[in-house]
Design a protein around this ligand. Structure first.
Ligand SMILES: Cc1ncc(COP(=O)(O)O)c(C=O)c1O
Length: 356
């Protein structure tokens, strides 16, 4: 899209909450980015406008058939005061992969990066200052065509909203309790599990509510065919350390290709560790626990970066991991990624992009 971004500034500015009062995804900044798509015309009219409700036809395809894809990435204020996005190009690539799967026209990657950088630059004052806080960036594409037939829509809206978010764990990294379910599945090969699309999250609510009522933080899904192999947690990828091997499920199309997953794998390979992307059965995890070989388990995701798992529960059997304490490798990964994000450590892989 060659058109310049049209900017309409908000007349009144909202007040930013104090860093200590920030939660997750409840406060939004003053502006949002938007661009429209029409079949035959392509993406057009890139604009930044005051944050406001979006007028939408009640027949808009997204509301009926969930033709939509989104991303979640973060901007961090480094200890040097500079604001940086973490791996935005990788998130944009995944947004376009998700879009293709949902028959949504992809965005030009340079334009998508430009849209995010321009918006975050305008809203720079909203990037909180305390380590652990950040500005969450939510790009999303929705099908807007008013049409009740089931086919790809002919018009779309791409928009980006920003939300200052707090430290995920105000009191430090807390190991979470996870319920391994085999009654419900999240995705199947050939389905849309690898796409970041609304339906996957709507479909996960029932099992996660059941797990919450039973006292668990999250659900770990097994594969949809054998109900045996680990897949992923509701909003995180999973990694287990069995003996000296770190294992994470492969990207077979049913799980999301997590950006934090890739960052953790890259770092562990840099460190010379034995890392395998292979299927791992829940039986293997249970027997490793029995023999004392289940050393550490953690989740990876943009929201919490690295989330230690203190307990896994499967068919009524409780597996306590590393005495419910964060393990040394889990901590090392957390520190390494957070170090790059807040510029307390070098960025040898060029993961961050500075916002001017
Ligand atoms: C289903 C699912 N798996 C894994 C992840 C972790 O991905 P990332 O590390 O890119 O945030 C997320 C969060 O985006 C997710 O929603």
């Amino acid at each position: 899209m060659a058109e310049p971004i049209r900017i309409t500034k908000a007349l009144a500015r909202k007040s930013c909450p104090k860093d200590a009062d920030l939660g997750f995804g409840t406060v939004f900044t003053d502006h949002m980015f938007l661009a429209s798509f029409q079949e035959g015309k392509g993406w057009y009219d890139p604009r930044i406008e005051p944050y406001a409700p979006i007028p939408m036809d009640p027949a808009a395809a997204v509301l009926h058939y969930a033709q939509t894809v989104f991303e979640g990435l973060k901007a961090f204020r480094g200890v040097d005061g500079k604001v940086r996005l973490f791996r935005p190009q990788t998130h944009i690539e995944r947004l376009n992969n998700s879009a293709r799967r949902l028959c949504i026209p992809p965005l030009d990657p340079d334009f998508a990066l430009h849209s995010i950088l321009t918006l975050v630059e305008l809203e720079k004052e909203w990037v909180p200052r305390t380590i652990g806080t950040s500005l969450y960036v939510r790009p999303i594409i929705i099908a807007t065509e008013p049409f009740l037939g089931v086919r790809p829509a002919k018009s779309y809206l791409y928009y980006v909203i920003l939300s200052p978010v707090g430290a995920y764990y105000p009191e430090g990294i807390n190991p979470v309790k996870i319920l391994v379910v085999d009654e419900y599945v999240r995705a199947v090969p050939g389905g849309v599990g690898a796409a970041k699309t609304a339906g996957n999250y709507a479909a996960s609510l029932y099992a996660s509510e059941e797990a919450k009522h039973a006292g668990y933080t999250q659900v770990l899904y097994l594969d949809g065919v054998h109900r045996k192999y680990l897949e992923e947690v509701g909003t995180m990828n999973i990694m287990v350390k069995i003996g000296d091997e770190i294992v994470t499920p492969p990207l077979t199309g049913a799980i999301l290709a997590g950006v934090t997953r890739d960052s953790a794998l890259t770092l562990m390979r840099d460190w010379g560790l034995k890392v395998s992307e292979r299927q791992v059965g829940i039986d293997e995890v249970v027997s490793a626990h029995k023999t004392g070989q289940l050393m550490e388990v953690w989740g990876t995701g943009t929201a919490a970066v690295i989330s230690p798992v203190g307990e896994l529960s499967y068919k009524g059997e409780q597996m306590v991991i590393n005495n419910r304490e964060i393990g040394p490798l889990t901590q090392k990964l957390y520190d390494a990624i957070v170090g790059v994000q807040y510029a307390t450590a070098p960025d040898p892989h060029g993961w961050t992009v500075e916002v001017q």
